[in-house]
Design a protein around this ligand. Structure first.
Ligand code: XIL
Length: 354
């Protein structure tokens, strides 16, 4: 039995035990438990024992937040630096956690030399070699890869589905195929995912993004290139409504193509919410609940992963600062590692009762 399935069985058993204690059929699991995980930041991981303890206690899945990005692995063009990634992968395996690898191809977090690549041949050579070396190193350890990250145009115009990145400029649409084909060749057992943001809001731009994701999956499949999942980042803006119907349809369509989903970077951007912390926490939990309800109606996500665990550390602080300078509250644990209402929502899904 793999560490992962052992975990699944444990959480399932925990759910059943909780149901028995509650004594009511209402508390029985409604669906298979969904593994819960978090992205882990190496600096915090090294510095804060409480952070390591929370990862151990709460997560089934761990994602190195930044250490598998090109910027971390390839700051030196000639030599790969696996120091941070190895540390987090080692911790995860030692503690029986599954791993997601993030990300083999992205237009951001590139070292300066990669941004200066000038020819198609150079880009193809570097991309292929990168994926070969990285996927091979973690073969049998990292079960799931975000093969491409954020390749869909932010607000797509007709005929321009892809985001303008060095990969798109030098390789054209083929960059996606090269990445998936190479990852599949190196680790045929890996689960290969297209990861992107904003599939959940209303509006024509988001609908176009969903359609492009479906088109990419369909095209890869038509060409016989393996693709197993779509990662929905789910950085949820608290001021924007969830298009539950659109999400349900999208997940359903992906299912018809034989592809699962997973929630890969969940957090709540609360910069426009009132200052009162209880109000913000309630709003965040309710938004997450609405979103997850829509995703699980047609689907069974492979995992639900938050982009960090505690409000003490989050990219939201710098990227989406509040006007009143109050600290953001995007994550399931508060600054002192106390579970917030969002954690209770996540626990429900983890136990199969969502
Ligand atoms: C962010 C990290 O959280 C930050 O620590 C880093 O400085 C920048 O990147 N979409 C992604 C993630 O796919 O990799 C980004 O992570 C957040 C947005």
């Amino acid at each position: 039995m793999t560490a992962f399935s052992r975990r699944d069985a444990l959480t399932g058993a925990a759910g059943l035990a909780a149901a028995a204690l509650a004594g009511g059929a209402g508390a029985a699991p409604k669906r298979a438990p969904i593994p819960f995980g978090s992205a882990a930041q190496i600096e915090t991981f090294r510095a804060d024992p409480r952070y390591r303890d929370a990862l151990k206690r709460l997560c089934d899945v761990i994602v190195p937040m930044n250490d598998l990005k090109w910027e971390a692995l390839r700051h030196d063009r000639a030599r790969f630096d696996f120091s941070g990634a190895d540390e987090l992968v080692g911790f995860a395996l030692k503690n029986g956690k599954a791993l997601r690898g993030h990300a083999l191809l992205w237009g951001m977090a590139l070292p300066p030399w990669a941004k200066e690549m000038a020819t198609r041949a150079e880009a193809e050579r570097e991309l292929t070699r990168h994926i070969e070396v990285v996927v091979d190193r973690y073969k049998g350890k990292i079960a799931t890869w975000d093969v491409v990250n954020e390749v869909i145009a932010f607000d797509p115009k007709p005929g321009e589905p892809y985001r303008d990145t060095i990969w798109q400029r030098l390789l054209g649409p083929e960059h996606v195929e090269i990445a998936f084909r190479t990852a599949a060749r190196v680790d045929p057992k890996a689960r290969l995912v297209l990861n992107d943001f904003n599939f959940e809001e209303a509006g024509a731009g988001v609908a176009a993004r969903r359609k492009i994701a479906l088109d990419i999956v369909r095209r890869l499949k038509d060409k016989g290139i393996p693709v197993h999942g779509v990662g929905m980042q789910a950085h949820l803006y608290a001021e924007n409504a969830i298009d539950s119907d659109g999400v349900r349809k999208f997940v359903g369509e992906l299912g018809k193509l034989g592809v699962d989903v997973e929630i890969t970077e969940l957090d709540v951007i609360d910069w426009k919410l009132p200052a009162d912390t209880a109000t913000r926490d309630r709003a965040a939990a309710s938004l997450v609940s609405t979103y997850l309800d829509a995703v699980v109606t047609p689907g069974q996500p492979k995992a639900i992963v938050t982009w960090g665990l505690t409000d003490r550390y989050s990219w939201v602080h710098e990227t989406f600062p509040r006007k009143d300078a109050a600290k953001a509250r995007p994550l399931p644990l508060d600054e002192d590692y106390r579970p917030k209402p969002m954690m209770r929502v996540l626990e429900r899904y983890r136990r199969g009762r969502g």
